[in-house]
Design a protein around this ligand. Structure first.
Ligand SMILES: [Zn+2]
Length: 279
């Protein structure tokens, strides 16, 4: 799996809104902020594949720690539980496109890639989280020149990540998730976590690791930003609301379970979906 981060068509990515720009948020005087003098080292926490049953806990941890995050959600899961997307946007999180049902895009036609992007865009907009800009994280980080051309044609840049633990395997512990990320800390780091992968029963280890990752990064002087339209880490600010954190109401779509679930099943409610039936 690709561990480096690449960008495509960055110059062609057209911001749909200018609400989030570098320097628009200062960490300064918020209560509980660990760096009252301001931050010089920023990293971004990104969460792929949701919203799953683990999203509620992720959002509660982010609220408790006052951390803004970037979510790369899959459309089929947003459609199943649309109550998360608008809440996330109002809390100051960034919700972006991780395709409709998580295919390996290199196996699709350009029209199918376009459809994967467009359907997810539409469901996020209907759920109250219209894209602020077109940035996609391709499932598995898998692209090729044809996929990248399809992204460009739709006005998308893409981003992968700098560090990820093997958190889709239920055998990976929270300590392993935490240590993998903490050992990689450097300014501008893009961290990938899964609060419930679409194709495995994992997720609990990430939930246990998340507050520790936040605390250890802060102890080393890091603050938490988000991604910009070109996939770079920029300053951001958590905006708390008083709204209750949503919970999963409808069955969470799972792709046929893989060996990384090791016989475990995801939290109820869930439904196993056939990707072929989604198109
Ligand atoms: Zn994914």
């Amino acid at each position: 799996m690709r561990i480096s981060r690449r960008l495509a068509a960055a110059a062609l990515a057209v911001p749909l809104a200018l609400s989030m720009t570098a320097g628009s948020a200062q960490g300064g005087s918020r209560p509980g902020h660990p760096h009252p003098g301001g931050c010089r080292q920023w990293i971004a926490l990104t969460f792929d594949d949701g919203p799953s049953s683990y999203r509620t806990q992720t959002l509660e941890t982010l609220r408790e720690k006052q951390v803004p995050a970037t979510f790369f959600d899959v459309g089929v899961r947003v459609a199943a539980n649309p109550q998360f997307a608008g809440f996330e946007a109002r809390e100051g999180h960034l919700v972006l496109n991780h395709t409709w049902d998580h295919p390996r895009l290199t196996t699709l036609t350009a029209e199918e890639v376009r459809s994967q992007l467009a359907r997810t865009e539409q469901v996020l907009a209907r759920a109250g989280a219209p894209l602020p800009f077109r940035l996609v994280r391709p499932p598995f980080g898998a692209t090729d020149p044809a996929v990248e051309s399809a992204f460009t044609a739709e006005g998308y840049a893409f981003v992968t990540w700098d560090v990820v633990a093997v958190d889709w395997d239920v055998a990976t512990t929270s300590e392993e998730v935490r240590d993998t990320i903490v050992q990689a800390l450097r300014p501008g780091l893009v961290v990938l976590m899964h609060d419930g992968p679409i194709d495995s029963a994992a997720g609990a280890a990430d939930e246990a690791a998340l507050p520790q990752v936040i605390d250890r990064a802060r102890a080393q002087g890091y603050c938490f930003g988000q991604l910009d339209a070109e996939g770079e880490v920029v300053r951001a600010r958590y905006r708390g609301t008083r709204a209750p954190v949503p919970e999963v109401i409808n069955p969470v779509p799972y792709l046929p379970l893989t060996e990384t679930s090791r016989g475990q099943l995801p939290p109820e409610p869930y439904v196993v979906v056939d990707p072929a039936a989604q198109n």
